[in-house]
Design a protein around this ligand. Structure first.
Ligand code: NAI
Length: 347
């Protein structure tokens, strides 16, 4: 019998893609639609491993329940891991993830938000369907020659820089671990975060959520930005203090915002809430701005990325159960950048 995996926060596309890619792995899945959290963690009873997603909670309480039920591994089918208490997991449950499945998917979605906000295609779409062919109010700006600020030049940020340079923007970047791959690229340079905020017409966030980056966009940083700045966030919702963003939008200091993530998204994103009231007043306010585009964490959602996610996750689980070296394991000692020696698992 294959190893049994309790699969949380299942959507139809997850089920399809994990079943399609399971040939050769032979896992048995228990698909649960509910999120993983303290009240649902005991559903893992009788399973060998758990598969979780971005809005599942892997905190100390959940880890306690998982280890009581002898779950040895939590396979995150995503790159981000801010929802895991690694200190609590260390020595109890191995945590694996999919470090890269398609950085292009997320970068391209960020550009889609940028182009829509600038050229107002979301408004034009509605107008022409209503028989309104006026272009009043739809004026955008040439992106060519403008300045974009890219915060975080990891896998996604690098794709973003390449696309923006291709558009002819000047690109400023900030990253505490800079890469040298753009050293010879005309129009690109690293700078301080303060300079990036002050000089950019468009700011796009591609760094992880950490104590350092939590609410990095707040009233103070917004006050240092150019009037009319466009802010794109496909990173994590908590990178932005949403109340400060709303204040900036109301005053006109922020010209537009494209948000694929939101501070309190776990209640709403990925779910069809169209028959219910939105009780989150902050989200409801955001949705009233015509210069704000909210998408519900779909940056990763391309055919290529979904296939890569399933294949890497299944490979991670197989390596764990085979007792091999788990390359995609992360623990609190690693802090995202694995320092373990090849062949040595985290514990
Ligand atoms: P990565 O690990 O390749 O790159 C992250 C970069 O951020 C690194 O170069 C790191 O040095 C830098 N960084 C760390 N602290 C920083 C700080 N204080 N300021 C600026 N940069 C900092 O990660 P990747 O794959 O590029 O993903 C970036 C983020 O995008 C993820 O952490 C995740 O939160 C988000 N993401 C969103 C998705 C979506 O569907 N919207 C899908 C996948 C990831």
């Amino acid at each position: 019998m294959g190893k049994r995996i309790a699969f949380f926060d299942t959507k139809p596309y997850d089920k399809r893609s994990f079943e399609e890619n399971n040939e050769g792995f032979g896992f048995e899945f228990g698909f649960f639609e509910t999120h993983l959290e303290s009240s649902t963690a005991s559903l893992c009873e009788g399973f060998d491993g758990v598969c979780a997603f971005v809005n599942d909670t892997v905190d100390a309480e959940v880890i306690e329940t998982l280890s009581r039920h002898k779950i040895g591994v939590v396979a995150l089918r995503c790159a981000g891991y801010n929802n895991v208490d690694f200190q609590a997991a260390y020595g109890k449950v191995h945590v694996v993830r999919v470090p890269a499945y398609s950085p292009h998917a997320v970068a391209e979605h960020s550009v889609a938000l940028m182009l829509s906000l600038n050229r107002k295609t979301h408004k034009a779409y509605q107008r022409t369907r209503e028989g309104n062919f006026s272009i009043n109010g739809l004026m955008g700006f040439d992106m060519h020659g403008r300045t974009a600020g890219v915060v975080g030049t990891g896998k996604i940020g690098q794709c973003m820089v390449s696309i923006l340079l291709g558009f002819g923007l000047e690109v400023l970047a900030y990253d505490p671990n800079p890469t040298d791959i753009f050293d010879d690229a005309a129009g690109f340079r690293y700078c301080s975060l303060d300079e990036l905020y002050a000089e950019s017409d468009i700011i796009s966030l591609h760094c992880p959520l950490t104590p350092d980056t939590t609410r990095m966009i707040d009233r103070e940083t917004i006050s240092n930005m150019k009037p009319g700045v466009m802010i794109i966030n496909t990173g994590r919702g908590k990178l932005i203090d949403t109340d400060a963003l709303i204040a900036g939008l109301k005053s006109g200091k922020i010209g537009s915002a494209g948000l694929d993530v939101y501070e309190e998204e776990s209640e709403y994103f990925f779910e069809d809430k169209s028959a219910e009231l939105i009780n989150d007043d902050t989200l409801a306010r955001l949705l009233t701005f015509h210069n704000v585009l909210v998408t519900s964490h779909q940056g990763f959602f391309t055919a290529e990325a979904i296939k890569n996610i399933a294949q890497t996750t299944l490979g991670n689980l197989k390596t764990f159960f085979d007792g091999g070296f788990i390359e995609n394991e992360i623990c609190y000692r690693c802090d995202g950048i694995c320092r373990k020696k090849k062949g040595e698992n985290c514990f």
